[in-house]
Design a protein around this ligand. Structure first.
Ligand code: AMP
Length: 313
């Protein structure tokens, strides 16, 4: 009985995943005890060197699912990095995401001797050039700055063994697909390729077909984001009665601060106006408002000056 229990424990534990000891130590340092579903599905095939197409959103643990196998692979041949020639390239759509991915590599690789860096636009290029010249194993980048660095001769992709494309659908939204294709054309044909996307529009499927060889496909449902402290209810109501229902809910003085989501920007303005007319201090926040106006609305909501904030997602 106890043996069986132990077996089952190992099935879900990280130690069952055949990762190098320094990685298991870093995982323990992070306080992770159990791999997330995307990690359970992705890590074994990636350790085998397979290509992978992953449908997963932020919050599912997808970063570790590609970062851990990559670190494992590079650690088994952790020679000093060559100047300007990284062995792994990770492309991300935004500098925030690129920075977070590099932070993850640093955390998970803290007991290893692999070097990583991140390059993105809007920051000075000189330190990036210097770091690349000193050599890194792992390079995280946004597409535009990567192409600049390549064109200026500060970077070559001939030694890239692993290519990872993160949040591919967002790359598409931001118009980066031509850049991604330009970069992919410079990569060695023999490589491991990983593509993660929250959604799979046709263009991304087409991109995946061109980049990946016989990929394993993994998919997970979006991470649950409910908070225990929040009681959730769904009220079915006819459209015409929505305003009076909202008024009724708001008449509960216990509800000190209310966040209301609407589908459209116009809807947000209308609801805020209606609340205001009923004597409830409220403001709207959405993409048509200036950054200043949005910040002001958030501040008044935070300080309690307005009771209701109406927003689009
Ligand atoms: P990601 O989806 O990669 O952005 O990860 C979301 C968050 O989950 C990050 O803050 C990670 O540090 C955390 N995380 C990733 N894997 C695990 C795990 N196995 N156990 C607990 N937390 C994790």
């Amino acid at each position: 009985m106890s043996l069986l229990k132990k077996e089952q424990h190992h099935m879900t534990d990280f130690t069952g995943l055949k990762l190098a000891q320094p990685l298991l130590r870093a995982i323990a340092d992070e306080g992770y005890t159990t791999p997330t579903p995307i990690q359970l599905k992705s890590i074994p095939p990636l350790l085998e060197g397979r290509d992978l197409l992953g449908v997963a959103q932020t919050g599912t643990g997808k970063t570790a699912s590609f970062a851990l196998p990559l670190l494992h692979r590079l650690s088994s041949n952790g020679s000093k990095p060559e100047s300007r020639k990284p062995r792994a390239l990770i492309l991300a759509p935004t500098r925030e995401l690129a920075g977070q991915i590099n932070d993850s590599f640093r955390s998970y690789g803290r007991h290893m001797h692999l070097r990583s860096t991140v390059v993105f636009g809007g920051a000075s290029i000189r330190p990036q050039i210097k770091t690349l010249a000193q050599g890194v194993h792992i390079l995280v980048a946004t597409p535009g700055r990567l192409i600049d660095l390549m064109n200026q001769g500060h970077l070559r992709l001939d030694d890239v063994e692993v290519f990872i494309l993160d949040e591919a659908d967002r790359m598409l939204d931001m118009g980066f697909i031509p850049d991604v294709k330009k970069i992919a054309a410079k990569l060695p044909v023999n490589r491991q390729t990983v593509l993660f996307s929250a959604t799979m529009p046709k263009t991304i499927q087409g991109l995946a077909d061109g980049l990946l060889k016989d990929p394993v496909q993994v998919e997970v449902a979006p991470a649950a984001t409910t908070v225990d402290k929040i009681e959730q209810r769904v009220l079915f109501v006819a459209k015409d009665n929505k305003r009076s229902l909202l008024g009724e809910l708001m008449s509960d003085a216990e509800i000190a601060r209310v966040l209301i989501f609407t589908r459209t920007k116009h809807g947000a303005d209308r609801v805020a106006k209606h609340l205001h007319q009923s004597g409830i201090l409220s403001d709207a926040i959405h993409g048509n408002k200036s950054q200043n106006a949005r910040q002001r609305a958030l501040n008044s909501f935070r300080s309690g000056k307005v009771r209701a904030l109406v927003a689009t997602d």
